[in-house]
Design a protein around this ligand. Structure first.
Ligand SMILES: Cc1cc2nc3c(=O)[nH]c(=O)nc-3n(C[C@H](O)[C@H](O)[C@H](O)COP(=O)(O)OP(=O)(O)OC[C@H]3O[C@@H](n4cnc5c(N)ncnc54)[C@H](O)[C@@H]3O)c2cc1C
Length: 379
């Protein structure tokens, strides 16, 4: 086994407390949350009180100003326990950096302390019914109206959509200007004209609320423009690598966990008078999977290390997302197969993980788009 070198002892102490918290506050309830289609909102405040939300937020805005490794630990522990309903990663790893890096003092003061405490749950709305991979095709508009903007349009597939108190919305402020006409707005849930559609029914991640959002003449003060008008696309390109790394972090931790569940299962389950673990096919499969996970872990940790040093570039982040999520799905599929019919039963963690993981190759930019990004850096 290749030892992990990316974490220090203080990170491991943090990991222990995250794990204990999740085992007590989330594991026993996750099945019920799957039926409800969303997690209990109280978990957000409990996690905030423990310092598990938005660790990178600076002290001046209520955070601890830690590095991304603390986010990664929360992601890893959530993934290891198969708690896919919990949208902390989207909130801490994806939404918070937009405010930290591009928000005005006003926006930082208004939102970051609540995001750290769990009083404010957040989402980011890029995707539209007719624009997913092709983000430049976004049709939602924000038109200047005095010292306000008027937002019109709709979004779909938005994680944390039902629970969100604040959403960063990708809009066109100058539709004729292509990518240069894209801007980001901070929109509070509950403002007039902003409505949440249904909680979408998915094939996995059933405890995760994923929604349509509608904007009809939503008046947003100009202070809620994030950064500069027309810079939205540039901000997205800057922040997407961390989102993709975060997906990779989740993928590898989840694949490692699946391998552990499966190793345990094949030791106990018997067929033809002996444990499954005695069949050469089982042993060879496990050997292949362990090797795949190990390769991914080593690559991922190196990228995590580069990211902490501010050196993870866009194509490498795309490689992490591509490689780790493809690996996760391959590993989960083989692990499910080794469970036989029990692997298809929802009560088994491997069944849930298999269904939950499928979307990892789709969101945060599909794996085909990752290949485009990587290819563009080559030719
Ligand atoms: C559970 C879930 C949660 C999500 N959470 C969020 C969220 O919080 N916020 C948000 O904004 N979005 C979210 N999304 C949306 C997600 O990011 C999009 O679904 C994704 O970007 C793909 O867009 P699309 O669904 O429109 O597919 P399309 O863009 O229509 O793609 C369909 C297929 O065509 C392929 N394709 C498209 N363009 C190309 C190309 N140029 N070359 C090769 N192949 C191509 C794609 O790879 C894919 O296989 C979520 C989606 C899901 C399912």
């Amino acid at each position: 086994m290749i030892p992990r070198t990316v974490y220090e002892p203080e990170h491991e102490m943090f990991r222990d407390s995250v794990r204990r918290f999740l085992e007590k506050e989330a594991v026993p309830f996750h099945g019920d949350w799957e039926k409800a289609g969303q997690i209990d909102r109280a978990l957000w405040k409990k996690a905030g009180a423990q310092g598990f939300l938005c660790p990178t937020v600076p002290e001046a805005f209520g955070g601890v100003g830690a590095d991304f490794r603390y986010n990664a630990i929360v992601d890893e522990e959530v993934a290891r326990l198969g708690l896919t309903g919990i949208g902390f990663g989207l909130h801490s790893d994806i939404v918070a950096p937009y405010l930290i890096h591009h928000g005005s003092e006003f926006l930082k003061e208004k939102y970051l302390p609540g995001m750290v405490s769990g009083d404010i749950v957040t989402a980011i709305a890029m995707t539209e019914p007719a624009a997913g991979s092709d983000l430049q095709g976004v049709k939602t508009t924000a038109v200047r109206d005095g010292d306000h903007y008027l937002i019109n349009g709709s979004k779909t597939f938005i994680t944390n959509g039902q629970l969100a108190d604040m959403v960063i919305v990708v809009c066109k402020t100058d539709p004729a200007a292509g990518a240069n006409g894209t801007s980001l707005f901070v929109v509070d849930a509950g403002v007039e004209g902003f409505s949440k559609g249904q909680n979408l029914e998915k094939i996995g991640m059933k405890a995760q609320d994923t929604s349509e959002l509608f904007f009809q003449d939503v008046r947003v003060p100009q202070e809620n423009l994030l950064g500069k008008a027309g810079m939205g696309f540039a901000y997205l390109m800057q922040e997407l690598p961390q989102e993709r790394l975060s997906v990779g972090v989740n993928a590898v931790a989840n694949a490692e966990a699946a391998l552990e569940w499966t190793t345990e299962y094949v030791r106990e389950r018997e067929a033809f008078g002996k444990p499954l673990a005695k069949f050469q096919n089982t042993r060879f499969k496990l050997a292949e999977l362990a090797t795949e996970v190990s390769v991914a872990r080593t690559f991922l940790d190196r990228c995590l290390d580069l990211h902490i040093q501010g050196q993870l570039d866009v194509p490498t982040a795309a490689q992490v997302k591509l490689w780790c999520t493809d690996m996760q799905c391959r590993v989960l599929d083989e692990c499910l197969q080794l469970h036989g019919g029990y692997g298809y039963m929802w009560e088994y963690p491997i069944a849930r993980a298999w269904a939950d993981a499928r979307v990892q190759r789709i969101y945060a930019g599909t794996n085909e788009i990752m290949k485009e990004i990587i290819a563009r850096s080559l030719v």
